[in-house]
Design a protein around this ligand. Structure first.
Ligand SMILES: Cc1ncc(COP(=O)(O)O)c(C=O)c1O
Length: 344
């Protein structure tokens, strides 16, 4: 049975050119970029070439980018490094943030939920697009605070603007790149201290760089414009899907429908239904989708991102997230809607 994948916000299949770039790098550019011999120097050249290419695509300077293994790692380095420099002051974070931002903020003694910004705030953390609802958020204006933007879900789906922030993170595997490569962007002069020591990445992130993954990320970034255009075209497919499933007269609500959203994401509340059971039924029917809940130690916890919007725990347990890959076809989305109709 052929399967249809609607979980692009979790991860995406690597672009064919990414696979080829990673394969080639593993065969030819496996040397350590820190080594001083010719093999190492060649690896160093390829690493810096990829950094320049990615920096040009983000319109920042190459020296401002730090290669990390994941956005989770980048956010930990960023938030912990700010804490080392400024931790006696408070922080403010968007309550629907990803746990990759919320966890490193546990070191801070005072953290407020945005839109509240405490006096003398050291940093504000705001995602550009929610992984669960797809809602796009603006960076709050915060005088004298380091403004951190989590661009993981926005990159490759909508334009990313770095003019209103001081640091940002990007994840490769959400936009057709490989796992194992992510970016941390730091505006020069930030009050930040490295917390993962080592000589690599100008002493900002220790550990041998994963060159094959990084070259794969650079290959993915070459297709960003095209990917963004394909994603933009999904808005009408997504709207047709939402119009169809809400027309059945069942208790179905689209979360964030009135907000500006990622064009590929539909976060649906099937009020009174068990989201997990529906996700399993769809999986058995051939559709990979995601619940809004996270499974921790065997217990299904309702998603804080949904609770934050004012929904009850029961409602949050009744949510499914459908996130389309850029090449999703209208007939595939119609097949998904038909399966949902059969199963609800
Ligand atoms: C908004 C957001 N931030 C951060 C992350 C973490 O990214 P990574 O998987 O690269 O650690 C994710 C991944 O789900 C995300 O959606």
């Amino acid at each position: 049975m052929s399967r249809l994948y609607f979980d692009a916000n979790a991860t995406t299949p690597p672009h064919p050119e990414v696979m080829e770039a990673v394969r080639r790098a593993m065969a030819e550019d496996w040397a350590n970029p820190t080594s001083t011999h010719r093999e190492g120097q060649r690896a160093r050249f390829r690493l810096e070439e990829a950094r320049r290419e990615l920096a040009a695509s983000l319109e920042v300077a190459a020296g401002e980018l730090v290669f990390c293994a994941s956005a989770t790692e980048a956010l930990h380095l960023l938030i912990r490094g700010l804490h080392a420099a400024l931790g006696d002051r408070p922080a403010a974070v968007f309550p629907g943030e990803h746990s990759a931002c919320l966890n490193p903020l546990r070191d801070w003694s005072r953290v407020s939920w945005l839109p509240e910004i405490p006096m003398d705030c050291a940093t504000v953390v705001q995602l550009a697009a929610s992984n669960e609802t797809g809602i796009l958020y603006a960076m709050p204006s915060a005088l004298d605070a380091v403004r951190i933007k989590d661009c993981c879900q926005a990159w490759g789906k909508v334009p990313v603007d770095l003019s209103d922030c001081d640091a940002a993170v990007f994840s490769g595997h959400k936009m057709g790149g490989p796992r194992g490569a992510a970016l941390l962007w730091l505006r020069p002069g930030l009050p930040w201290e490295p917390v993962m020591e080592g000589p690599q990445e100008r002493r900002r992130r220790g550990g041998t760089e994963d060159l094959p993954a990084i070259l794969g990320l650079a290959a993915a970034a070459r297709h960003l414009t095209e990917r963004q255009a394909m994603n933009a075209a999904l808005a009408s497919v997504r709207d047709a899907f939402e119009a169809e499933i809400t027309s059945w007269g069942r208790d179905i609500e689209i979360i964030g429908q009135e907000s500006t959203r990622l064009p590929n994401t539909s976060c649906v509340l099937f009020r009174g239904r068990n989201g997990e059971a529906l996700q399993v039924a769809l999986d058995l029917a051939g559709f990979a989708v995601s619940t809004g809940s996270a499974c921790h130690s065997g217990a299904v916890k309702p998603s804080h991102a949904i609770l934050t919007l004012g929904y009850s725990s029961d409602d949050a347990r009744s949510v499914l997230r459908f996130s389309m890959l850029p090449d999703a076809r209208p007939d595939e989305v119609e097949a998904l809607a038909a399966a949902i109709r059969r199963l609800t």
